[in-house]
Design a protein around this ligand. Sequence first.
Ligand code: ZN
Length: 462
Amino acid sequence: MISIIPQPLRVEELPGRSSAQLTISLTADPALGTEGYELQVAPECVKLAANAPAGIFYGQQTLRQLRAADGTLPCCRIWDKPRFGWRGLMLDVSRHFFTKAEIKHFLDVMAAHKFNVFHWHLVDDQGWRIEIKRYPRLTEIGAWRKEIGFGLDAGASRSYRADGRYGGFFTQDDVREIVAHAASRQITVVPEIEMPGHSSAALAAHPEFSCSGGPYSPDRYGGILNGIFCAGQEAAFAFLENILTEVLALFPSQFIHIGGDEVPKDNWKQCPRCQQRIAAEKLKDEHELQSYFIRRIEKFINANGRRLIGWDEILEGGLAPNATVMSWRGVAGGIAAANAGHDVVMTPGTHCYLDHYQGKIGQPKAIGGYTTWEKAYEFEPVAPEITADKAHHVLGGGGNLWTEYMPNYGHVQFMAYPRACALAETLWSPKAGRNLEDFQARLKTHTKLLDALGVTYARTLD
Ligand SMILES: [Zn+2]
């Protein structure tokens, strides 16, 4: 049995093992694309070839996986390339802050699984985690809350300031360092700046951009809160565009995630400025006001040469013309968007929410749900309701780590792995090659690589 995650397109197992030196070369095989590679392991030589650096990198990751069992390589011939171009993991650093070193380790482990998109959920009600030079209050006020919250033990995290406030943030230098670290591992960092909802931490720093004027404070309980930006104020749009200008300069990613989920409309209903906007723009209701908001932000992002992606609520009230949808409330939003000709990324809660319970007994408190590694392995990004001529709009998918109940990095890893191994295979390998029993056998060997990488994974295979 060749121990390899994800499964390759074509594998020929040959007798013997090898510990020969690796020879790397560039090739010109159009079928391999930019991420594919060809690998030959024989007793006397190991040859890796690809069209581009990404392919070489992924061939090297396969070699690491092959070597994990006993340090030598099984002789084989592999021709391999990914099924999807978006193979992501999302990490929420707002509910709890993780250090720069921890983020880098998270990226290292992602790379070993051939994930190529790090979706970085940087801001939410509970904390604003990215330095914005023009608005220092965002991190002075918005990055720190009164306590750890969520009913957690105060000692579950070390992210405290000298005065006892809880949180932290990444400086722009930190961000540049992390983006470079990711890039050298073929990972694109897609930043998420939430709007118009989930904005209590931003509004704690700048209540003038809310409907009521505040006050707000960074939240410590979670749920859907009423911290939303006022859609009737020009100044609020200017504020967000100024923030995005700094974000765009830091992140070369083609996609910029603007959140857009879980926006309660009560504030907008009561706000004269928002109601005036609805009248002036001839909008039907507050759902169309949300659509107006997203379209306006999309225009700004497109004018700066980037693409907008948001959670599937951005479909409500009409989707912005070029928007890409990240489907999380099941796959319905992704199906609707793909069939309407929009690109989509599938992250349905049923298979991709790594904050769910992963076992029935002895599990630490989680947000709810029940998603085993076997369930994650059943993930199929191209839902059958997507018509064949629209299937290419499914860019891929990914796992989401919402961290309400993951107060430290060890806990993040425990929730991510081994379920993320299953997602990695569903996003890379051909659908026809998937086999749960075979995967389970390979996963047992693969835990040696997880051990070598220093990953604190859940022992759900035992
Ligand atoms: Zn308003």
